[in-house]
Design a protein around this ligand. Structure first.
Ligand SMILES: C[S@@+](CC[C@H](N)C(=O)[O-])C[C@H]1O[C@@H](n2cnc3c(N)ncnc32)[C@H](O)[C@@H]1O
Length: 416
């Protein structure tokens, strides 16, 4: 890729690919491979900013675009609009970059004039249109289910959180290096209000911490003291919970079906200097030699709790996979419970907001007790528990601090 501002052009290319091919950002970032790490981080941030507000951006553009331009041009305009209206970037910088980026591409240069005219209008009357629009709504299939589960006020609060840039959450391995603006949360997470380039933060090279949302860090903490215990991290990659368990002194066996994701787990363990036995296998084709003291089951799910970090998810996914995922979760849970020692603990969790992937999975089973989780002991709030004593974390919890991912967490114990 060539052009005057590689990060901006990279952001537009990324946005175009995600919206045209309906792929998740992680499946599209190879497009940024030729960029320097700093430009890559900026391109991703710009694309994510546009994705979080895309329906609102498109509503503004609809006023000024008589007919749809080619996808590449549209993406350049969407990125510049996000810069001006969301990030408050001075208009001349955003508009000049968009226009000169198109001029540098022979096939697209004829759209430079149109782009300039549209973006000038966005910066003028577009600002009033923008101010009158609410945060984007979730797609109907998801909105309906969340309305039934949590009510309209909660859904509106979640949509407001999904529209804003989330903070960067870090789980410390031990003492944390000094970081500008770092805020320790009562649950143990260190929160940075703005992400930036993760690999450039103090302590990255030394493996002093890893990136993990505040909600995602709680399932391991529910297990309590795991020092010396043999713990199976089933569905382990990319290893956030494996690292927490290993750092807490557990003997960890980390299993996952995906070699690509296990590669990231290995790199994470290497960077942090933590150890775990790694098994690449399908949980349905593998059986352990001996039962475990504890099992962490962070099951594959719709990931609907992570929309503020993955704003492309509502665009890319639909309801079709949910029933299949719920079946898979139930089968994994049954299988994992059989691998526990008497008296052993299992944590079942998913980063889903849908009750069928959370609350509905915890059905009465003979020989298994469901334990009530105390959110206060974890540094949390009383209303984080359900009537059955499970944790139901929502993106709009701690909204004034930047929110958290949606998560469901249950603590089960095999009778001794
Ligand atoms: C929610 S992610 C796990 C995240 C991880 N626990 C962490 O904290 O970093 C779910 C994982 O389940 C894995 N998975 C899906 N089906 C599986 C199966 N049949 N056997 C083993 N792992 C599976 C996926 O490859 C994926 O890495």
């Amino acid at each position: 890729m060539s052009g005057p501002d590689r990060a901006r052009l990279g952001a537009a290319a990324l946005l175009e690919r995600i919206t045209q091919e309906r792929v998740m950002l992680t499946e599209a970032t190879d497009i940024l491979e030729s960029l320097a790490p700093q430009d890559r981080a900026r391109a991703q941030r710009l694309a994510l900013t546009a994705l979080r507000q895309l329906p609102r951006i498109d509503a503004v553009l609809a006023r000024f675009l008589k007919k749809p331009p080619p996808p590449q041009v549209r993406a350049v305009i969407q990125i510049a609009t996000a810069e001006m209206l969301v990030l408050d970037t001075p208009a001349h910088g955003a508009v000049d970059a968009a226009v000169s980026g198109l001029k540098a591409d022979k096939r697209m240069m004829k759209f430079a004039g149109l782009t300039n005219a549209v973006l000038r209008k966005v910066d003028g009357p577009g600002r009033e249109v923008w101010a009158g629009l609410k945060p984007p709504r979730l797609p109907k299939w998801l909105r309906g289910r969340l309305m039934s589960a949590y009510g309209s006020d909660a859904v509106a609060a979640m949509e407001a959180v999904f529209a804003s840039e989330p903070p960067l959450d870090l789980t410390p391995k031990g003492p944390m290096p000094d970081m500008d603006g770092a805020i320790p949360l009562p649950t143990g997470t260190i929160r940075l209000p703005r992400a930036g380039q993760v690999t450039a933060l103090p302590g990255f090279e030394e493996g002093a911490w890893w990136v993990q949302d505040a909600a995602a860090a709680l399932p391991v903490r529910v297990l309590g003291d795991v020092a010396g215990k043999h713990v199976l991290d089933l569905c382990a990659a990319p290893g956030g919970k494996t690292m927490q368990l290993a750092a807490a002194g557990a003997r960890v066996t980390a299993l996952d079906i995906s070699n690509a994701r296990l590669k990231r787990l290995r790199a994470n363990l290497e960077r942090t200097g933590l150890g775990a036995g790694i098994i690449a296998a399908d949980a349905f084709e593998w059986t352990p030699d001996a039962p475990f003291d504890a099992i962490m089951l962070d099951a594959p799910c719709s990931a609907t709790g992570t929309i503020r970090r993955h704003p492309e998810l509502p665009l890319v996914r639909d309801s079709k996979a949910v029933a299949q995922l719920a079946k898979l979760q139930a089968a994994l849970l049954d299988r994992a419970l059989a691998w526990l020692k008497p008296g052993g603990d299992l944590i079942y969790c998913t980063c889903s907001l849908l009750p069928e992937e959370g609350e509905a999975q915890i059905t009465p089973r003979s020989g298994i007790t469901s334990l009530a989780i105390d959110p206060i002991a974890l540094g949390g709030e009383p209303h984080w528990t359900t009537k059955d004593g499970h944790l139901r974390l929502r993106p709009d919890f701690w909204a004034d601090r930047g929110g958290m991912d949606g998560f469901f967490i249950a603590h089960l114990r095999k009778d001794a």
